[in-house]
Design a protein around this ligand. Sequence first.
Ligand SMILES: [Zn+2]
Length: 303
Amino acid sequence: MHSSHSTDRVSCPMCKSTQTHELCALKYTDTHVRSFLQTYYKNAIKQSYIQDMHYVIHQCNACGSCYQKEILNSASMELLYGEWISPKNSKKKVVNTQRQIDLARHIGRILLLFPQPNTAHLLDYGMGWGDWCHMAQSFGFSACGIELDQERIDFARSRGIKAYLPDDLPEGPYDFIYLEQVLEHLPEPYEVIQKLVGLLSNNGYIHIGVPNGASVEKAARRNPLSLLKKGPAQPLEHINCFSHKSLITFMKQFDCHPASQKELFLRSKSPRLLLRDSLLMCARLLPPSIFPHKTSLLFQKRT
Ligand SMILES: [Zn+2]
């Protein structure tokens, strides 16, 4: 059962398996759920949209990922991202100095993969206000972005960025596709990644960053109320949850595998980066309980 503003996912959205099990279920009318939504969205959500909905977390037996079974339908999703989340607040991130430094570092790492940036085509899927594309262009890359919200597209275009709605996406091929904090929001992640991987050049790269959902299974079983916060399984928005392992399993379906860290390592000539990467490579050998295995990964398409 679902409300007129929602839809039920009948199989795992990551691998299509119907072999799934329920971890927890709460009504959206539950005091704790309602209180979280009222505070988080500053009373922007009309009760009529969610009153018949259920916050249900399932886990897939086949791929191990977790997901919200009942999600907003496409019309209500537009309201969520266009109105309920304040566009003004998210725009502030564009002028955040530390964010600009982090972006510059990230694009600098991509330069190790493509030492001649003017020959590489980059795509930011879910570009927001376009700051990643803007930074990539300033490094000499050709970059374009995909976004659902027209206000964000117009803003990006005013900064000289080629920005498109998903249906208008140019065919590519792309050498590097960037999805940062996007995959967890998508109603149909399998279909989107399948399409994007089809647009990647041979041996092209795809960066995926998602919230770390390694603890969601335990939390959902023991105390689902603990998930009612900004986190990997927050209601309405983070509808797909991945651990390090389930993210790799998900991408394997599309012949995408974690890019060789060794290859990146050898291209780096900065002593500081070499030291940092050496420490990280050692830390990754530790168990996840000591060094959390990350869910921000670079994949390479193997053809
Ligand atoms: Zn699955």
